[in-house]
Design a protein around this ligand. Sequence first.
Ligand SMILES: CSCCC(=O)C(=O)COP(=O)(O)O
Ligand SMILES: [Mg+2]
Length: 231
Amino acid sequence: MPIRAILTDIEGTTSSISFVKDVLFPYARRALPGFVATRGREPGVRKWLDTVALENGGACQDSVIVEVLQGWIDEDRKHTALKALQGMIWADGYKSADFTSHMYPDAAPALRQWKDQGLRLYVYSSGSVPAQRLLFGHSDAGDLTELFSGWFDTEVGGKREAASYERIVESIGLPAHEILFLSDVIEELDAAREAGLETVLIDRLDDYPTPREGAATNDHPRATSFDQIEV
Ligand SMILES: CSCCC(=O)C(=O)COP(=O)(O)O
Ligand SMILES: [Mg+2]
């Protein structure tokens, strides 16, 4: 069956885990107190801070919310509220050119080639949709946002749940088996496969020095770069 759309993860797939862990997360961690102090009353910010407060037992001071969020960053929690707030904070970093986002050298050329071939491209990441747009809009390879036909984050559901991929399939409007999902995380690929999508495990050696081969791939086709993916 021909593949007509590609759905890609970001961290560990198009971009290195170390960029997210060593650049984006510390930036958000440092900027959080100032961000909450200056923008914490904006309704679009407040609603996420209140969500965090509720999960922490109810009303609490902003300084406590900041500590909770910083703890979640340290744990790499993929919480929708944290991801939404991180996206707003990173906007400042990208706009003031404090950093550009990392793209593996094979990622942008392959995405462009697939687009030229007529495939539709989509993103599904734990990072919020605004954060995804920023990342692809300010990448080492330039602004790649025009390549994509749609964006999905955890508002559609968790990445390890088959129901999330079913919702994405419905939104894309193609049969599930015509969509190829790329990710570095086996549990995400398992969930996508359960929903009927084709899958490829992206096994970047910079991110995963011990190759995941044989049984470790859980029978997902494996590629160490986008060049090896044939569609
Ligand atoms: C898109 S913003 C940076 C990435 C991020 O916050 C994150 O949690 C990445 O998770 P992914 O689902 O892309 O592995
Ligand atoms: Mg990933």
